[in-house]
Design a binder for this molecule. Structure first.
Ligand code: G3P
Ligand code: CA
Length: 238
C-alpha cells in the first residue's frame, strides 16, 4: 500500500488539502496525517504543536481558536504557488478523501486524553472506523482509544530497534492492528514474524528508491512516503 506522508509532502506543503489531493492524484492508497486540538476543542491537521514552522502564525495550537488558526497561511512557507492554503480540520480532510482510501491518523499529543475522546466521537460520527488506523508514539494513548472503542484499529509507532516488536505488540491487553517502525530499524525477520502473527507493518518515512525497493522485498504491508508517485512508478515497473 502506498501511503502519502502528510499528503504528498515532498511536493506540496505538508498536511494541507492540496498535499492530500496531490497524493490521491499520484495514486496513493492511504494518507498519513497528524492531529492536534485547538483551544475550542476542534481537531486540526498539523504536525507540530505550534504554528511557527508551517504557517505564518505563531504559538501553540491549543491556545488558539479554530477561527484564529484559519486566518493563517499554511502554504506560502513551502512555495509562493501554495499561498492561501489553511490548516485543515480533520472534517475537511475526511470530506476530501474517498472512503476506499485508508487514513492513518497520528495522534501527536494526548492533551490529557481530550483528543482521544474527540477522535473516537469523530470516527463514530463519520462512520469511518473500519478504514482508519490511529497511530501514536504514545502507546498508552492508542491503548486508551482501543479501550474506548473496540472497533478502532490502533498502530504502534516506534523509532528504536525493538528486540521483538511482535511480542511487544502481542503483550498488550487490547488488540494491536499494526506496527509503524522507523524504516531504518526494520529487518525482514521483524516483518515476517509480524505478518505471520496477523499484524500489518507500515514503516515510515522512506523516500529513496533503494529503501523503497528493500522494504517492498521485506514484504511490508505499506510504505509511508513523501513521494507516493515515485513509489507508484517503481511498483508498476516491477
Ligand atoms: O506516522 C509516521 C510518521 O509520520 C511519524 O513521524 O514525525 O513524520 O510524524 P513524523
Ligand atoms: Ca506523522
Amino acid at each position: 500500500m502506498i501511503i502519502a506522508h502528510r499528503g504528498a509532502k515532498g511536493m506540496a506543503p505538508e498536511n494541507t488539502l492540496t498535499a492530500f489531493r496531490l497524493g490521491l492524484t499520484q495514486g496513493c492508497e492511504g494518507i498519513e496525517l497528524d492531529i492536534h486540538l485547538t483551544a475550542d476543542e476542534e481537531i486540526v491537521v498539523c504536525h507540530d504543536m505550534t504554528l511557527d514552522r508551517t504557517t505564518n502564525g505563531k504559538g501553540l495550537i491549543v491556545e488558539k481558536s479554530l477561527s484564529e488558526i484559519k486566518t493563517f497561511d499554511a502554504g506560502h512557507w513551502f512555495d509562493e504557488e501554495f499561498k492561501g492554503e489553511t490548516v485543515p480540520t480533520l472534517d475537511e480532510v475526511f470530506d476530501l478523501v474517498p472512503d476506499n482510501i485508508m487514513i492513518n491518523v497520528e495522534v501527536k499529543y494526548a492533551y490529557e486524553g481530550r483528543i482521544e475522546r474527540k477522535l473516537v466521537e469523530f470516527l463514530r460520527r463519520r462512520n469511518r472506523l473500519s478504514n482508519v488506523i490511529v497511530s501514536s508514539f504514545d502507546h498508552k494513548c492508542v491503548r486508551r482509544i482501543k479501550q474506548m472503542e473496540s472497533e478502532a484499529k490502533i498502530g504502534l509507532l516506534y523509532q528504536t530497534a525493538l528486540l521483538d516488536p511482535t511480542a511487544y505488540a502481542r503483550s498488550f491487553d487490547v488488540e494491536v492492528y499494526s506496527l509503524h517502525p522507523y524504516f531504518q530499524m526494520l529487518d525482514s525477520e521483524d516483518v515476517l514474524k509480524a505478518t505471520e502473527s496477523g499484524l500489518y507493518v507500515y514503516p515510515y518515512t522512506a523516500n529513496e528508491v533503494k529503501d523503497l525497493l528493500k522494504l517492498t522485498d521485506f514484504g511490508v504491508t505499506g510504505i509511508i512516503t513523501d513521494f507516493p508517485g515515485k513509489l507508484k512508478a517503481l511498483l508498476q515497473d516491477r
